[in-house]
Design a protein around this ligand. Structure first.
Ligand code: SF4
Length: 282
């Protein structure tokens, strides 16, 4: 059984940067360290940081002292303001690609465009971008969501950094039909584009495709969707323990990819377990 890893897989720049800032804060500060939500959408990494005293909180109101870390998804400006008012140290690990999407959204609203954010309604990154629109935006996950837009002459678009280009094209295509002026910023990040493209290419070529990463990770879940569209024998797993040998009974080529929040050691464990399964199948 041949195992092939996608050309672009695993940790992205923004996640590595957020983890580096978190570890630095944890090493340098004796005070409690909190992350606003899990620092990345990977339960195994969050558990290992918790062992070093880095705990996720759902709301800044839960922190009474120490440091709060804004994760790569970013937050609403009011949250940072509140943390500072409470006397908390704030480490802002918002990914620069997310910060760029936030800035584009604010610019479009200032220029008088009705803002459409292509993304998932409740995703923290989208909530943070929405806050920059001062409430004047519509979030669209699918073309039908545009029904609430009403009459619009000038429409501006930004997109959640981890969305697929196909989703953006679908919604922009619909907007072309209902607006007279359309300004689109493609704010999907390079890491997402590269991972999605190489996963799709690989899924097309192999018998079985594995996507490794948190089930709560938007970018990993999207990778799994994209791979499934090209290869029905796609499985999304978080760790090597979820591998089922029967999946590979007739497989000659197995492809593996991993989301932007999946650490190398989890990917390595999956590849090692796959190798053992391949040897046992003969
Ligand atoms: S997926 Fe892209 S936007 Fe998100 S953290 Fe990684 S590099 Fe930044």
């Amino acid at each position: 059984m041949k195992i092939e890893i996608a050309e672009h897989a695993g940790y992205c720049y923004g996640v590595e940067r957020a983890l580096k800032l978190t570890r630095k804060a944890s090493d340098q500060s004796p005070t409690p360290i909190h992350t606003l939500g899990p620092i990345i959408h990977n339960p195994q990494v969050v558990d290992s940081l918790a062992a070093d005293g880095v705990t996720p909180i759902a709301d800044v109101g839960e922190a009474h002292s120490g440091t709060v870390i804004v994760r790569s998804h970013g937050v609403e400006p009011a949250v940072i303001e509140l943390a500072k008012q409470k006397g908390l140290e704030v480490v802002d690990a918002t990914c620069p690609f997310v910060a760029a999407a936030q800035q584009r959204a604010a610019d479009l609203v200032r220029e008088g465009y009705r803002l459409v954010i292509v993304g998932e309604h409740d995703h923290p990154e989208v909530v943070g971008i929405l806050a920059r629109a001062r409430g004047g935006a519509l979030v669209a996950e699918k073309p039908e969501d545009l029904a609430d837009l009403g009459e619009c002459k000038r429409v501006g678009v930004v997109v959640q950094t981890t969305q697929s280009i196909a989703r953006l094209q679908e919604i922009v295509g619909q907007l072309l039909l209902i607006s007279s002026e359309l300004k689109v910023y493609n704010t999907i990040c390079d890491a997402t584009t590269n991972r999605q493209k190489s996963a799709k290419d690989l899924a097309r070529r192999v018998d079985v495709m594995l996507v490794v990463g948190g089930k709560n990770s938007a970018n990993t879940t999207r990778l799994a969707q994209i791979c499934t569209e090209s290869n029905a024998d796609t499985h999304h797993i978080e760790t090597a323990r979820e591998l089922v040998p029967e999946w590979f009974g007739n497989a000659r080529d197995v492809g593996v990819t991993a989301g932007a929040s999946t650490p190398d050691w989890i990917l390595d464990e999956v590849v090692m377990a796959l190798t053992r399964i391949g040897e046992s199948l003969g």
